[in-house]
Design a protein around this ligand. Sequence first.
Ligand SMILES: C[S@@+](CC[C@H](N)C(=O)[O-])C[C@H]1O[C@@H](n2cnc3c(N)ncnc32)[C@H](O)[C@@H]1O
Length: 254
Amino acid sequence: MPNKSVIENYLKKVNLENLLEKLEASNTNIILKNIEYFTEKEAEKRDKILLNYFGEEGLKRIIDTIIDHLLSSPKLRADAKILDVGAGTGYFTIKIANRLHQHFPQASFYAMDITPTMLSILAEKADYIIPFLGVAENIASSIRFARRYVEVPDKFDAIFSTLMLHHCINVERVFKSIKDVLKNNGKAVIVDLCEHSFKEFREEMGDIHLGFNPSSIEKLAKPFFKDVYVKRIAGISCSCSGRSADLFIAYLIP
Ligand SMILES: C[S@@+](CC[C@H](N)C(=O)[O-])C[C@H]1O[C@@H](n2cnc3c(N)ncnc32)[C@H](O)[C@@H]1O
């Protein structure tokens, strides 16, 4: 495991504008504005925000649903390498890593995000999860740049992502990017918001997309994956000040 101060220095030191340029991120200004939003408005209280959105029971159901998919066939290797894309402060990363460690004690866990403060908080909470900076639209190059500071593999046995996709400008590129860093017998699980009508979420929460229709997710993912299953998660919704959106889960096999 990398030394704590090495991680802290890495997350503080990286010049985000340079990194985004090197990662050929499109709409750098929008991403930088999003990073500012997450740093100032969410990082310190992300876990509480999640509790307000879903309640204990809802969060548990999201975690159980992701775990069920990660444990389903094809079976993970004992020493599986597992990545959370857009991990934020790691609420889901940590719970999922702890549960999977019970089945796969030798598994290793990685958390990628573009907001350094979110990852600093994750690193404070769990030194067994390796954080690195990068964009979901170009994970392969993100890994190459991160390797100057931390050890990250080229490919993963499993990838998951929660509530990140609607912040990404180019969703199609995200699916391609996930496929590029998944092993051939790997799997990916994505949980995000279904379509909703709350336009104010763009200003209030830095959202780019007002959720997704599950069938549009299926269409966007299909060119990159052999099997794509997308469905609404019954009985859970993301509720905020009386406004509520359903969630979908997408299960992707390359
Ligand atoms: C709503 S938070 C979700 C965090 C965490 N997955 C959770 O469920 O609590 C969205 C996260 O995605 C990150 N993010 C937004 N756009 C991104 C991108 N293009 N690439 C990587 N991370 C991104 C943000 O920095 C933020 O930490």
